[in-house]
Design a binder for this molecule. Structure first.
Ligand SMILES: NC(=O)c1ccc[n+]([C@@H]2O[C@H](COP(=O)([O-])OP(=O)(O)OC[C@H]3O[C@@H](n4cnc5c(N)ncnc54)[C@H](OP(=O)(O)O)[C@@H]3O)[C@@H](O)[C@H]2O)c1
Length: 377
C-alpha cells in the first residue's frame, strides 16, 4: 500500500491507550503517522513501539505542537480535562486542517457519567473555539482501546462520525473503514441524491463521468449503468443535453467518444451530446464543466459510492447540483472502488481546501444548455 498519496495523521496523546491503538491501526493501513506528546522523547518511544510491531518505519514522534504542524489531519486523544488546553497549545498549527476529537467528556471521580460542557457537546465547544478555519469532527469515542492493537480482532462496533461538513465526514468514515471499523456520517446531501431518474427535478444538463471501457469499445458495467441512467433523464425530458466527460490522454483511448457512441446507439441525437475530452478525474471534470462549458446547474450521474465526492467537488467549485445514483447491479470491482474512493476523497479534500490546482484548460466552448436540439429557439 502506498502511503505517499495519503494525508499525514498526527495523534496528540498518541502515547496513551486510545491514541496509540488508533495510531497503530492507521500506520498499519499505510498512513504516515506522527505521535504527539507533551514530551518529544515519550512520543519517539511510542512511535518506536509501533515501528517495532510493524517491522517498518511507519510512525515518528514529536511534541504536540510540532506534530500538529506536520500533519493534515490531527486526532485528539487526551483526557477530557486536558482537551481544551491541548487544543489551545496547538491552535496556530490547525488552520485549514481537520481535527478529529476522540475525547469523551468524563470528569473524575464520576467517570461513568458524561458531563457535557455548558449543556452542549464537547466537540461543539472546540469548534466554537477554533472557528470555521478548522473542520472539527467528533468520532471514535465508542471504540475501546482494548483491542485496537490486535489486528486480527474484529471490532463489532459502529463509529458515528459527526461533522458539519459532509466531505470531511466522509473522509473520516474512510479512515475508519481502513482500520476495520464500520462507520457512518450524518449526511448533509440528504434530499439531493436520487435513486430514480423519474424523481430528479428538471436541470439543463446531466454530467456523466467516465468509468472505463474495453478495447472492443464496450463500456465497463459501471459506465454503461451511468449512461443508461443519463439516457433515462434525457428521454424523460428532465435534461436537455448530456455532458460526457472522460479521459482522452492517449490517441487510442477516448472515453467520451465511447460514451457518445453508446448514447447515439440508444437514440440520443449527437447534437445533444457535449464531449469533454480532458475530464481525467472528477475535480477536472467539474472544474472544466464550469470554466469551459459554462455549466451552472446540473444532475451528476455516477454510482452511489462516488456521489459524495462529486457533489462536494461541485459545491466547492460553485456549481448547483443534485445527484442521480446509477447503481443497477452489484459491481465485481466494488471493493476496489470503495478503497480507491477513500484515497480519492482525501486527494479531493486537499485539492479543494488547500491546493486548488488548475486542470488542463482552454478557450471557453459556449453551449446553449437551455434547450435540446429539436426545440426551436
Ligand atoms: N481508553 C479508551 O478505551 C477510550 C475509548 C474511547 C475514547 N477514549 C477517550 O480518549 C481520550 C484518551 O483516553 P486514554 O484512555 O488513551 O487516556 P490516557 O492513556 O490516560 O491518556 C492519553 C494521553 O494523554 C496525555 N495526557 C494525559 N494527561 C494529560 C494532561 N493533563 N495534559 C495533557 N495531556 C495529557 C498523555 O500523553 P503525554 O504524556 O505523552 O503527553 C497520555 O498518554 C480520553 O478523552 C478518553 O475519554 C478512550
Amino acid at each position: 500500500m502506498q502511503s505517499d498519496s495519503r494525508p499525514v495523521i498526527a495523534v496528540l496523546g498518541g502515547s496513551g491507550k486510545e491514541g496509540s491503538g488508533l495510531a497503530f491501526r492507521w500506520a498499519h493501513a499505510g498512513y504516515p503517522v506522527i505521535i504527539g506528546s507533551r514530551t518529544a522523547e515519550k512520543a519517539e518511544q511510542a512511535a518506536k513501539e509501533i515501528n517495532d510491531a510493524l517491522g517498518r518505519p511507519a510512525a515518528r514522534g514529536l511534541d504536540n505542537p510540532a506534530a500538529a504542524a506536520a500533519a493534515t489531519i490531527v486526532v485528539l486523544t487526551v483526557p477530557f480535562a486536558a482537551q481544551r488546553k491541548t487544543v489551545e497549545e496547538v491552535r496556530p498549527a490547525l488552520t485549514g486542517k481537520i481535527l478529529i476529537d476522540v475525547t469523551v467528556p468524563l470528569v473524575p471521580p464520576k467517570v461513568s457519567r458524561v458531563q457535557l460542557p455548558g449543556g452542549r457537546s464537547a466537540v461543539e465547544a472546540i469548534q466554537e473555539l477554533l472557528g470555521p478555519e478548522v473542520k472539527v469532527v467528533s468520532a471514535f469515542q465508542n471504540i475501546s482501546a482494548h483491542h485496537l492493537k490486535d489486528l486480527d480482532y474484529v471490532i463489532e462496533c459502529e463509529v458515528l462520525v459527526c461533522s458539519d461538513d459532509r466531505a470531511t465526514g466522509d473522509l473520516v468514515v474512510g479512515m475508519a473503514k481502513e482500520i476495520g471499523l464500520r462507520a457512518w456520517v450524518e449526511g448533509t446531501y440528504r434530499g439531493r441524491v436520487y435513486s430514480q431518474a423519474a424523481a430528479v427535478p428538471s436541470q439543463p444538463l446531466a454530467i456523466v463521468f467516465g468509468a472505463g471501457y474495453w478495447p472492443s469499445g464496450r463500456l465497463s458495467d459501471a459506465l454503461a449503468d451511468r449512461m443508461e441512467a443519463a439516457i433515462a433523464l434525457y428521454e424523460a425530458g428532465t435534461v436537455n443535453k448530456l455532458l460526457l466527460t472522460g479521459d482522452n490522454r492517449f490517441a487510442d483511448y477516448n472515453e467520451p467518444a465511447a460514451m457518445a457512441a453508446y448514447a447515439e446507439e440508444r437514440g440520443v441525437p449527437r447534437e445533444d451530446l457535449v464531449l469533454d475530452y480532458a475530464g481525467r478525474r472528477t475535480y477536472d471534470s467539474c472544474y472544466r464543466a464550469r470554466a469551459i462549458f459554462g455549466v451552472e446547474r446540473a444532475v451528476l450521474v455516477t454510482q452511489d459510492f462516488h456521489l459524495p465526492r462529486a457533489l462536494y467537488t461541485c459545491d466547492r467549485l460553485g456549481l448547483e447540483v443534485v445527484g442521480l445514483a446509477a447503481d443497477r447491479q452489484a459491481y465485481v470491482r466494488a471493493a476496489w472502488y470503495d478503497l480507491r474512493e477513500v484515497m480519492a476523497l482525501a486527494r479531493a479534500w486537499l485539492d479543494l481546501e488547500l491546493l486548488t490546482p488548475e486542470p488542463v484548460l482552454g478557450d471557453p466552448i459556449p453551449v446553449d444548455w437551455s434547450r435540446r436540439s429539436d426545440q426551436v429557439p
